[in-house]
Ligand binder design. Sequence first.
Ligand code: BGP
Length: 477
Amino acid sequence: MSKLPKNFLWGGAVAAHQLEGGWQEGGKGVSVADIMTAGANGVEREITDGVLPGKNYPNHDAIDFYHHYKEDVKLFAELGLKCFRTSIAWTRIFPNGDDAEPNEEGLKFYDDLFDECLKYGIEPVITLAHFEMPYNLVKKYNGFSDRKVIDYFVRFAEVCFRRYKDKVKYWMTFNEIDNQSSYDNDFLMATNSGLIFHDDEDREAAMYQAAHYELVASAKAVKLGHEINPDFKIGCMINFTPLYPLNSAPDNVMLSERLMQRRYWFSDVHVNGVYPENIEKYVIRKGFRKDITDEDRVALKEGTVDYVGFSYYNSMTVALPDGESIDGDLQPDELVVQNPYVKVSDWDWPIDPTGLRFSLNWLNDRYHLPLFIVENGLGAYDKVESDGSIHDPYRVAYLRAHIEEMEKAVDLDGVNLMGYTPWGFIDLVSAGTGQMSKRYGFIYVDKDDDGNGTLKRSKKDSFEWYQEVIKTNGEDL
Ligand code: BGP
């Protein structure tokens, strides 16, 4: 007997900018993803000032899903997907973000895509903003550092909700909104709230203000969505990375708790409609988030989410350096250490299936809402054999171990879980590195890091494995 509910949403996840391509087609405008060059394993992507000649911008063409979506969705149906998580590229709908009218051709593209999914009984699960802010809003307003951008986002959300209200039931507002707790990271700040730093400004202060506007924008969208269709299920989406203390030294235990607080207040606000006490204290003490109005507080309260969507790739481990205090200036990225008990991927991401069960329990205990694992997976190098086959037992081993832990959380711990959508189930452009060679898919796409390849799709061994997993509702792993 399956340990999972009958209507469990087995699926796959992608994001518009990482697979669509067609960056200048159908009236689409330039997004923040379009101005990022390809990096490499260990080499960061460059955030350029607009699109510069002679640079490699992998998101411009990606895997050309824009033209291949019909054959791709047919393959997704063959895989057996019950749902397909993607995003609506903001710049297909509002090319500049602040346009007077939406772009009909962009709206039509998603009508066609959703119809194609529904034809096969595949439910679309839609993220409104997955690292795709119009570059014009970045240039003009420095993204969410300006309150005006709240209205631009809410208008975009409203147009999508009205247009697709009979085609899409499951929504999420901002992808991995909590990534910004790593405010030292240029990529995470630009992709999330559209903030680009040019000088020595106080990044942490800028983050707390921009994130506040973003949370207000999300809450207003949620409220509006529920008015447009009371059957909508609208969630938040966080990157959940449990932070373990390196050892039982009380300071390290307190440090891990403190860093969890500094990261998961985003979902606290989404779920509870208020800031947690420790963050209120912190922002007041530091003089951050100066602009918060009574109306904002009401909006946050009125726009709480229906479920918590999250990505889980790995845990991280932290330790307090000698002489530091947990009340001092903590730079999150400098506190991460290696966990001696877990192995890492080719990109040095820890591999920790138990951490998924921990995450499900932690989120369930804290929020008491349905949970949705909307990303999980292993980025790996794949080899195509001379006969065209691709053997990827490492991918199956990673996913199997994680699904086992997920099933324990549901079956033994009582977690209310809506579904599971492995990330990048069709190969696409890696967000963090811009590489094609960091592959997550069950479906291989013939394209390399320099942009060469036929774009031909083929099934890896894992395709058949996942097909069976879905068919047996997770019994046959
Ligand atoms: C998450 C993002 C995705 C995705 C994934 C894997 O942070 O939501 O967009 O790409 O991570 O990361 P990467 O592509 O860097 O391997």
